[in-house]
Design a protein around this ligand. Structure first.
Ligand code: SF4
Length: 386
């Protein structure tokens, strides 16, 4: 039989959900292959894309320009899972943090930001999670405390955008920017990350431009090189946070595997391949990395790179070792970096009033449900993803 469940399962073994093909996890080209296997014209794939990502329906029954017979066939062989929205938390500062529950019960979180200066009216940015938990173990991060549970599938990343977009559709607002800066090391989930980006970017669907998609990494050097080889105009942000290996080794264990010299070399390769300016995130920790000497070293380290340094006021989690740098110290650091010839901004604080430090909302939810807490896998911490 054309398109029998066994044949479809063989064709899409990595994209099954409850034994059926998960259409939301397929790339547009794979959707075309899927409809062909069902004996349909490729045009049906474009119709499905529009229903899923433009009209954003959640059930085959709502796809009213498809024949009843085709919809019944889809019901029999395919599924459209979705994330469950557990709690939106409104912030005082135009930031909304969402806690989602995945089909397997794991919680993840996303953040919606509106009124960012560079976006313009009605255009929003969302910050997505790419993993359940994180293996990278950064000293200052709530997510790092729980370890990695699993990678998110591509559809689980895209569905964060769809769920948020649906909530703002009535206001005529549009998610225009996506940043993979939530929970997880996105380059640790390389294959699914790129699949999610291709789905978000597709012109018949959400149409979010590659230049409006940013990936933030702790510094997984082989994956940065691999991403450079793809020559996609994606924005890459490096969580730097230190200018000496000795300190970075302590703050970010990834540095023990790939030190600052290797990291900066991979950034130069990325810039040469994509032409994109690099962003360096630098969290300001009082008395740890916020001296003027550190500012000078930062200028030296980034010499020759077209870059933006983004200083992040420390957003305290329950970590007794770190304190927030004073505004005076942050300002002095910023001026010193600017005097060195680099662009340097201070991140406007969005959401510190709503547990918006990375992973805090998820951490709180897990603590509330003690006993249901996910167990971290023994996944190698520094693989470059699939
Ligand atoms: S800061 Fe990012 S990379 Fe580091 S542990 Fe947290 S989520 Fe992972």
């Amino acid at each position: 039989m054309v398109g029998c469940p066994e044949e479809l399962a063989r064709a899409f073994p990595d994209h099954l959900h409850e034994g059926k093909v998960n259409l939301k996890d397929l790339l547009p080209s794979e959707l075309e292959a899927f409809v062909r296997l069902l004996g349909q014209s490729p045009y049906r794939a474009r119709q499905l894309i529009r229903w899923l990502y433009v009209r954003r329906v959640g059930a085959f029954a709502d796809m009213t320009d498809l024949s009843r017979a085709f919809r019944e066939l889809l019901e029999a062989v395919a599924v459209l899972p979705s994330l469950h929205l557990a709690s939106p938390q409104e912030s005082l500062q135009d930031t909304t943090k969402f806690l989602f529950t995945l089909p397997d019960g794991n919680p993840i979180e996303s953040v919606r930001m509106r009124y960012l200066e560079h976006l313009g009216p009605g255009r929003l940015a969302v910050c997505l999670s790419s993993q359940v938990g994180c293996a990278m173990g950064c000293e200052f991060c709530a997510s790092g405390k729980l370890g990695l549970v699993r990678n998110l599938q591509a559809w689980e990343m895209v569905d964060q955008v769809l769920a948020i977009q649906r909530r703002v559709d009535a206001r005529g607002e549009r998610v225009a920017n996506v940043v993979f800066m939530g929970i997880g090391e996105p380059l640790h989930n390389f294959r699914n990350l790129l699949r999610a980006i291709r789905i978000l970017n597709h012109g018949d669907g959400l149409g979010i431009g590659m230049r409006h998609i940013a990936i933030s990494t702790s510094g997984v050097v082989p994956a940065i090189r691999r991403l450079a080889e793809k020559r996609l105009p994606l924005k890459l942000a490096i969580s730097l946070h230190a200018t000496r290996d000795e300190l970075r080794d302590r703050l970010m264990p990834v540095n023990r595997r790939w030190n600052l010299a290797e990291l900066l070399a991979s950034c130069r390769e990325y810039q040469a391949a994509t032409g994109r300016r690099m962003t360096f995130e630098y969290v300001m920790l009082d008395g740890v990395n916020d001296s003027l000497e550190e500012a000078d070293r930062l200028v030296e380290l980034l010499g020759g790179l077209r870059s933006l340094v983004n200083l992040i006021p420390w957003n305290p989690v329950d970590h007794p070792s770190f304190r927030r740098s004073s505004k005076i110290r942050v300002r002095a650091f910023q001026e010193r970096v600017q005097q060195g010839g680099l662009r340097c901004t201070v991140r406007r604080e969005k959401g510190s009033d709503i547990d918006a430090a990375c992973g805090q909302l998820r951490l709180r939810e897990i603590r509330r449900n003690v006993g249901a807490a996910p167990r971290a896998e023994n996944t190698p911490a520094f693989s470059a993803g699939g």
